[in-house]
Design a protein around this ligand. Structure first.
Ligand code: MN
Length: 455
């Protein structure tokens, strides 16, 4: 028996269009869209006065991150649920190749981690041992639907320009996409050593040792590598207006380069590094928060198309445990902050305030991530044949973010007490209702692994 669900009278929004209509779901896929569809269904959902968005796609998250004391950040069992409640139906997890593991072993390990996912998921692999990465291994990963790889210019796992250049050529050959963490490793390490030698070890110095130009320089180099190799390249988590401008200029001359930013670079400034006591550790992430002078340029890019995607860069760390690891040295603070649950709502609400229309919102949080990472049109849009991943969103409701009420496992949120306009009401994943009246109503493990296509 075919299972049919009908959504009535919602404002259906895609990246290119918005209109009042009905939507029929058959066996987990969108079957028909129209006005006043005269169709029978097993279940009818009244969406009057509400938006129907394609499910959010968060293309940059981290689950189960291993810390220096052997503890692990929040995982799929809690934070995939948090994502769902927040309007996200697909996540792409950046999984790191630990020392001694091959990329294939890494992928297999994470398929195990993700068994309890509430929502659909895929992986980008973070290559940390480029010398051991064989072409055959890349071929096998592509067959498994892993078609994007993260390369670091900074931190302990940074690659040299030679390694980046060679790896990007291999990725280009296979129709894969590179995602680059762009910060200048040597300058940051030198500044860190200088500050620590002077006894400057508090979280405040995380920001001071990673000045804006260390990102801008690295973005420029990443673009150069993209241009030289022809490898489609996403500049991950852009934090500076200048860095974004470089990407915009490169696109204009035909380089296949994409800009990702995150809610925290649009909404939180480096004043969070001047908090009392050790509180600033909550905001230690890389690249760091920047001066509020960057907000204008980044928000302009949100409106005019310079920013391609918004991801959370979620790390489910807790303040009372993981973040305490850097009490005597800011370099030991696990980098990252929780936001998988709030990305969608934050960008809707603050976007509205800045004059962003709902189509552009959908493009940033769902359609472009699907297109860039090989999931479109299965995901990322509302169209016949696409998966029925849908968010019914009440624009009139309000929502106050707090650690106490969030589904995320972390014991804090960087957005404590922010009041948002609009609220996720219902979430459907492949036609199944997983969130109802803002509450998770499904069982764990409904999420499916997504094989992604090459270019
Ligand atoms: Mn990240």
């Amino acid at each position: 028996m075919m299972k049919r669900t009908l959504l009535r009278n919602g404002i259906i929004v895609t990246a290119s269009d918005q209109f009042l209509g009905d939507l029929l779901i058959e066996d987990g896929k969108i079957a028909a869209i129209g006005k006043e569809l005269k169709l029978e269904a097993d279940k009818v959902i009244d969406a009057a006065g509400k938006y129907i968005f394609p499910g959010g796609i968060d293309a940059h998250i981290h689950m189960d991150v291993l810390c220096s004391d052997g503890s692990v950040s929040a995982g799929y069992d809690t934070d995939s649920v948090a994502a769902a409640v927040g309007g996200t139906t697909t996540i792409l997890d950046y999984v790191i190749q630990e020392k001694g593991n091959s990329l294939l072993e890494t992928a297999n390990l994470w398929k195990d981690h993700a068994k309890q996912s509430a929502i659909d998921y895929g992986f980008h692999l973070i290559i940390t041992q480029p010398n051991d990465t064989s072409p055959q291994e890349l071929d096998t990963l592509v067959e498994q639907g892993i078609t994007s790889f993260k390369l670091f210019m900074a931190n302990q796992i940074a690659m040299s320009d030679k390694e980046l250049f060679n790896m990007m050529k291999e990725l280009k050959k296979r129709g894969c996409t590179a995602a680059i963490h762009a910060e200048n490793k040597d300058i940051i390490a030198t500044l860190q050593a200088e500050y620590v030698a002077q006894g400057k070890t508090s979280p405040a110095y995380h920001g001071k040792t990673r000045p804006e130009l260390t990102e801008v320089e690295a973005i420029n180099r990443a673009i150069t590598l993209a241009e030289l190799t022809g490898c489609p390249t996403l500049i991950a988590h852009i934090s500076t207006a200048k860095g974004l401008q470089l990407v915009q200029e490169a696109k204009a001359r035909g380089v296949q380069v994409y800009a990702e930013s995150c809610p925290h670079y649009l909404l939180l400034s480096d004043e969070n590094y001047n908090l009392e006591g050790y509180e600033s550790a909550k905001f230690v992430l890389s690249p760091p928060l920047r001066s509020s002078e960057n907000f204008n340029g980044l928000w302009q890019g949100m409106l005019n198309g310079a920013v391609d995607i918004i991801s959370s860069d979620h790390n489910g760390f807790s303040y009372s445990t993981h973040k305490q690891l850097g009490q005597d040295d800011f370099r030991k603070i696990p980098n990252g902050a929780p936001s998988i649950e709030h990305r969608f709502g934050l960008i809707y609400s603050y976007g509205l305030e800045k004059g962003m229309d709902p189509c552009r919102f959908v493009e940033l949080v769902s359609t472009n991530p699907a297109k860039i990472f090989g999931l479109y049109p299965q995901k990322g849009t509302i169209s016949p044949g696409s998966d029925a991943d849908l968010v019914i969103f009440d624009p009139e409701a309000e929502h106050v973010i707090s650690a106490e009420t969030q589904y995320q496992k972390s014991d804090y949120t960087p957005y404590e007490q922010r009041r948002l306009q609009g609220k996720v009401d219902t979430v459907l994943l492949r036609g199944e209702c997983i969130v109802k009246e803002g509450k998770y109503v499904s069982g764990l493990d409904y999420g499916q692994y997504l094989k992604r296509s090459t270019r």
